[in-house]
Every structure is written in structure tokens, then in C-alpha cells.
Design a protein around this ligand. Structure first.
Ligand code: GLC
Length: 704
């Protein structure tokens, strides 16, 4: 930890053998290291990049690759060999506390984005470490929860994202997850780590535990989990005894040692790279600001409420505007230099705010900071629910603000964190003060013919159906990274059109979510003591209460995660997977499907029909007409984001897929199967609007 203060950990050096230490730091929202160092007045800042959900919502692999490069460059210049990112786990349930560190509810989108980030990081000469392998989809009791999942759901959903990552990038490391999978700890599962990860997928890097994950070091080595972090002497002793007693074959240990040495010789420290401690923070910050709107999702924009102009006076509502959330968790808390809140971002863009309202909020935020301070002291981390409350007397301000201002902008914030999952009533649903604020602002602005815009600065989906009709525009900014206020202002003022599409569905209500067996509402913070009242909180020892969704979780929904469920059961959603508007309109035509070597070239023409430069995302889904096994009515098979299209400009988009992409996992045969029959290939701009269709016939069955 002395080598680069504040990083997650290192391997042990062995000077006498010339073995250098390997330094590993967390991501994915920033390179995590201490800003201050003993006796050194330099500040070691890191760029806070957009959260992974925003990157996946960009559907732009190139953008994610560039963010990976930023993270890689900052690792290298701070003397860090491996970035412990990206988080790749599936969004099985919208309430998982770490979803914002993950990409999507769809394994193809998650896998492609993960590979793009890995390739970006590693193009800078340092390593990446996709995590947490695997099936780590809830935070409560994460060290011991047993995820009970079918082989088919494993292969088609929970491993598929990692499979794509390994096959489309070569991560230096992969981190095993804290949880058990079907009764065996992920870090002790040889079938997972040797047979699937290495023999089947061709992974060549090393496997590291999550910090403190797993139970038995000898089993971990046997299973092919090469590196145990943070590394305690008891584990060394256990391994030595197991080798001496013959319980652990020395050859099993040797293969782990060899792999760790292969990592060492790849590391910049071993190569003696002279790192500068001066990464390109300025440039990286500018690029981050440019990329952020690529992942902003415009859900609603009635009568072109957006973009507005800087001549319009803005009434800024919501504590969230004065406290924008970038990202907050132990493994992602970036100790970057700056946060640009929305009031500052709008002022930077030349917008004038309603001063009286601004003053009221600034005073309120100071009071809230004082009120919350003791609780922040109590909590080591996971402070996501210590949010300032909304103004209780909001009604006294909305009428006057509506008189004096031209447009209202309301910001709603949500954050979450490791070790805890979100809460339905207190987190997924808006609380009564937030609802009261939206109603009061809507009533007083609409009665004067003025528009209301909502900005969602959120870590994951929130309930939206009960209030969306009261407002004219809704922009999801996710956790946008350090340029937040500036990049949101860029989008609101039309410096750039948002072009994000949802990487996860927004359900009408939480009860519609297919994975109801999930520990929602288990987290009860005791406000006074700051203690977590839920039964478990990172317990160091397994505690077998045999409580469902705590000690074990049955993945009863199987492969029906997110839109796979909603589309198949025809469940209405507030906004579907893949949905997103821009400030322009687009037309799609001329679909063509050409058979090529082992798959199909699917193309179509996209034309910009609106009068604003914008990008569009073409999504390709497949649907088997008469499947022999039940399967989702649609599954994402490919996507492509267009370049920025000028007025009237059109472009031909081409997506290539393999026949094997249409396979399902056959548990009886323990193999992937492509069944003969007819399939529809569908093109659209979201998973519910698929106007172009082409039928293909598979004549030859494949089993592999
Ligand atoms: C944390 C996280 C993991 C992180 C590691 C090192 O508990 O689960 O994502 O990389 O420990 O900080």
C-alpha cells in the first residue's frame, strides 16, 4: 500500500528473485488512490468518468473504449499495473446496490461494453480485471449468499457476458465473486475457473479473489484461483500444509505460481516504466464531458420542451441539483478534484437562475449538511441513503418562481453502494416530498403555460409512471462523472443532443420485476446509531439461517431477466430496454439480409428526418417462430450507433451476426444447440418498436 497509497492492494515482491510487486487499483468510475500523501503537497487526483450504466446506455463501443483508455493512462502514470474493472455482472434486479458499476440486463450489450473497456484500458499497457465472476447479483450477504441458478440461465445470461469479454478482449485478470454458485464458492469452483473459463473460452490471464472472498485457500488454488487478495499468512500456511499432506498437488500450486509470474513480467513495474505521476487529467476531463451525453437517455420531450435557450430564466428545484451524484462506493469512490453541480453547470453555460429560489436551496443545503454530518461520521462507507431531504415548504416557492421564471428544472438523485441493495419504498419509489415537489411545480408552471423538465441523476431505474404525465421532459443522466453539471447543461441547452438508449428496462412498478425473490427492503438503517439493522452486513463468517434471498437466492425467473420477461409475458413497462429519444427524428428503411460465411449481414438505411444533429442506435433482435424449448420472444443479437447525422443525411448501418448467436443452451446435452426452423430478424430503435423484419430458415441443426 506504500507503493501507491490508497490503492486496493498489491502482490508481494521477492527481491532476491527479482520479482516486482504488482499494484492493483479499483475502478470502474475512476482510478482509486489517495489524493494526499504523507509529506507531499501534491494532490493525486483521478478523473471521475461516467458510471458503466451510462456507458452501456451510449450503445457506443468506441466511447466506452475511450473511457477505458482514460482509466488505463491514469493507472500507468500513477504506477498502477492493473485496474480492477469493469464490473460486468448482470442487472438481474433493478435494486442491486452495485448496478451502476454494471452495464446492462442484457448479456450481449454487457459483454460488448466490457470487452470495449478492457481493450481501452489494456491499449495503455496496463491490465484490466473484469469482475465479479460470477452470478454476483445482490449485495446483501454478498460474502456468503448462495446463488441457485440453472445451467441454462448460467450459460445464456450470467456467464455469457464474461464469455464475450474473454473472447473479444484478453483481460490480464478476472476477479471471482464473493458469493457461492449452486452450493460452491465461486473462487473454489474448478469447473468454472478451469473447465469453462480456461479450457472452453481460452482465458489466458490470472484469476484473483475478491478481497477477502472465499473460505479455503487450498481449495482456491486447486480450483485455479491463482491469486488470493489481500493475502494473509494463514492462507499461505494452509496451502503449505495442504501440499505437505498431499491434499493439494504441488502441480496445482505450480500452475498458479506460473500464472502469477506471467502477470508480474507483463507489469509496468517489472519493466521499470518511469511513470510520471502526472496523467493527462485536463484532456481526460474534457473527453469525459464530451462522452457523457452519449449515455444520457431522453425519455420524454413534449412540445420540444428541450432544448431550452440560455435566454430563458431557469427555476432550479431539487436538492439533487446542488448535490449531483457521480459515484459512491468503496471500490469506485473517486478522489477526483472536482464536482460540477447543476447550478454551476447552468451558470457556466450563461443561464440565469431564479435567484430567490437558488438562495433558498443553498441555505437548505447548508442546514442539511450540518444535520447529516454526525451520520456521515458514523458510517465508514455505504452512505448512499444519507441524502438531503427536499424542502418541506416547497409550495411557498413554486407560485412565485413560476411568475418570475420561464422554465422549471427538477433534479431527482439516487445513489447506491456495495454491501447494500436498494429499498422499494424509500428508494425505487419517489418519496412524498419529491412527489409533492413535482406536483406543486407542475401545477404552478403549467397554469402559466410554462414547461417542467426533470433530470434523473440516478444509480438505476426509479418508479416513473406515477408522475411522468405531470412533466414535459425527462432526461436520465445516470451517475455522469465529474463534468456532470456541465454535460447536463450541454444536453439541456442543446449544445449536443442526448443519444442514449436504456440498457435496462424501467418497469411500471417494482411488483412487475420478474426476480421478486431478491432481498429488497432488507436494509434498515438505524438512523441514530448508524448501524445496519439487517441481519447481515459483510459478515466474516457464513451464518446459516437458511433464510431465502439472504442465505440463498433461487433464480426462479431463470433466463427471463428484464425485457426477456416483459416482452415474453407482454408486461407493460414504463420505458422499454433500448428506448431513447433525441432532439431529432429518424426513419429506418431498406432492410436487407445476406447470408455470409457462418451467419448473416443485416443492413438498413437510417435517415435523419428531424432538424437537429443527432445519433441513432439500430438494434437487431431475433425471434424463433416455433422453438422446441421455451425461449424469450426477442433477444438482442447486435447493435450499431450511427455517426452524428446532419439534416436529411442518411447512412447505411450493417450488423453481422453468426448463426451460432441464435443458439440456446441445452441442459440435457450440456451443449449449445441451434435448432432448425424459422427465425425472424427484427430491426428497430428500441426493443418494443421493431418495424423492419426479415425471416430466415435454419436448415442444419448444430450441437456444440
Ligand atoms: C471490494 C469489491 C471489489 C473491489 C475489491 C477491492 O469489496 O467487491 O469490486 O475491487 O473489494 O477493493
Amino acid at each position: 500500500k506504500k507503493l501507491v497509497p490508497g490503492v486496493a492492494g498489491t502482490t508481494y515482491p521477492i527481491e532476491r528473485l527479482g520479482i516486482a510487486p504488482v499494484v492493483m487499483a479499483d475502478g470502474p468510475s475512476a482510478v482509486r488512490l489517495s489524493v494526499k500523501r504523507e509529506g507531499d503537497d501534491k494532490k493525486y487526483f483521478a478523473t471521475n468518468v461516467p458510471c458503466e450504466t451510462l456507458l452501456a446506455s451510449s450503445w457506443n463501443n468506441e466511447a466506452t473504449y475511450k473511457i477505458g483508455k482514460i482509466l488505463g493512462e491514469e493507472c500507468r502514470e500513477y504506477g498502477i499495473d492493473v485496474l480492477l474493472a469493469p464490473g460486468v455482472n448482470m442487472m438481474r434486479n433493478p435494486l442491486c446496490g452495485r448496478n451502476y458499476e454494471y452495464f446492462s440486463e442484457d448479456p450481449l450489450l454487457a459483454g460488448k461494453m466490457s470487452a470495449a473497456m478492457v481493450n481501452g484500458v489494456e491499449s495503455e499497457g496496463v491490465g484490466a480485471c473484469p469482475k465479479h465472476f460470477a452470478v454476483n447479483n445482490q449485495e446483501l450477504n454478498r460474502l456468503h449468499n448462495d446463488a441457485r441458478v440453472s445451467q441454462r440461465a448460467l450459460r445464456e445470461i450470467y456467464l455469457k457476458n464474461f464469455e464475450i469479454t474473454v473472447k473479444e478482449s484478453q483481460p490480464w485478470m478476472i476477479m471471482t465473486s464473493y458469493n457461492n454458485i449452486n452450493g460452491r464458492h465461486a473462487s473454489e469452483d474448478r469447473g468454472l475457473l478451469e473447465t469453462i473459463l480456461r479450457d472452453e473460452w481460452g482465458f489466458e490471464g490470472i484469476v484473483v479473489t475478491d478481497w477477502g472472498g472465499g473460505y479455503d485457500a487450498a481449495k482456491q488454488i486447486w480450483a485455479g484461483n491463482d491469486l488470493i487478495e489481500p493475502g494473509r499468512y494463514a492462507e499461505v500456511k494452509r496451502i503449505m500444509e495442504a501440499v505437505k499432506s498431499g491434499e493439494l498437488a504441488e502441480s496445482d500450486l505450480d500452475r498458479c505460481v506460473k500464472r502469477v509470474l506471467e502477470l508480474v513480467v507483463k507489469s509496468i513495474r517489472h519493466k521499470g516504466y518511469k511513470f510520471s505521476n502526472n496523467p493527462n487529467l485536463e484532456e481526460n476531463g474534457k473527453l469525459t464531458r464530451e462522452i457523457e451525453p452519449e449515455g444520457f437517455v431522453l425519455l420524454k420531450n413534449e412540445q420540444n420542451a428541450l432544448p431550452f435557450t440560455k435566454e430563458q430564466k431557469v427555476a432550479l428545484f431539487g436538492t439533487g441539483a446542488y448535490n449531483l451524484i457521480l459515484s459512491n462506493s468503496v471500490s469506485v469512490r473517486s478522489l477526483h478534484g472536482r464536482t460540477v453541480n447543476l447550478d454551476e453547470g447552468l451558470r457556466n453555460a450563461g443561464v440565469s437562475l431564479n435567484e430567490a429560489l437558488d438562495k433558498r436551496y443553498i441555505k437548505h443545503m447548508q442546514n442539511e449538511k450540518k444535520r447529516l454530518a454526525p451520520f456521515w461520521k458514523l458510517r465508514r462507507w455505504c452512505t448512499y441513503d444519507l441524502r438531503p431531504v427536499e424542502l418541506r415548504d416547497i409550495r411557498n416557492h413554486t407560485a412565485r418562481a413560476a411568475e418570475e421564471s420561464d422554465i422549471a428544472v427538477i433534479t431527482i438523485g439516487r445513489n447506491s453502494s456495495e454491501s447494500f441493495d436498494r429499498h422499494v419504498e424509500r428508494d425505487f419509489n419517489l418519496n412524498m416530498h419529491e412527489q409533492a415537489m413535482i406536483s406543486a411545480v407542475s401545477r404552478d408552471f403549467h397554469s402559466r403555460g410554462k414547461k417542467v423538465v426533470v433530470v434523473l441523476n440516478i444509480c438505476g431505474p426509479v418508479e416513473i409512471a406515477s408522475w411522468r404525465d405531470k412533466v414535459d421532459a425527462i432526461l436520465v443522466a445516470w451517475l455522469p462523472g465529474q463534468e456532470a453539471g456541465n454535460s447536463i447543461a450541454d444536453a439541456l441547452l442543446g449544445k449536443v443532443s442526448p443519444s442514449g438508449h436504456l440498457s435496462t428496462s424501467f418497469p411500471m412498478k417494482y411488483a412487475d420485476v420478474p426476480s421478486q425473490n431478491f432481498p429488497h427492503n432488507e436494509v434498515e438503517w438505524c438512523a441514530e446509531s448508524g448501524k445496519n439493522l439487517s441481519r447481515v452486513f459483510d459478515q466474516k463468517q457464513p451464518i446459516y439461517y437458511d433464510v431465502p434471498n439472504i442465505d440463498y437466492t433461487n433464480y426462479e425467473e431463470d433466463i427471463y431477466v428484464g425485457y426477456r420477461d416483459y416482452a415474453t409475458r407482454k408486461v407493460e413497462v414504463a420505458y422499454p430496454f433500448g428506448y431513447g429519444l433525441t432532439y431529432s427524428q429518424f426513419e429506418m428503411s431498406d432492410m436487407s439480409v445476406k447470408e455470409c460465411k457462418d451467419g448473416y449481414k443485416v443492413s438498413c438505411t437510417v435517415k435523419r428526418a428531424g432538424n437537429f444533429p443527432a445519433k441513432q442506435v439500430v438494434q437487431l433482435y431475433s425471434s424463433e417462430l416455433a422453438p422446441e424449448v421455451d425461449r424469450p420472444t426477442i433477444e438482442l443479437r447486435g447493435y450499431k450507433k450511427t455517426p452524428l447525422l446532419q439534416a436529411g443525411e442518411s447512412t447505411v448501418v450493417e450488423i453481422v451476426i453468426k448463426k451460432e448467436d441464435l443458439m440456446t443452451y441445452n441442459e440435457k446435452a450440456s451443449a449449445w444447440k441451434l435448432t432448425k426452423g424459422e427465425y425472424d430478424l427484427l430491426l428497430g430503435f428500441d426493443s418494443q418498436t421493431l418495424p423492419l423484419k426479415h425471416r430466415i430458415t435454419i436448415t442444419k441443426e448444430i450441437l456444440k
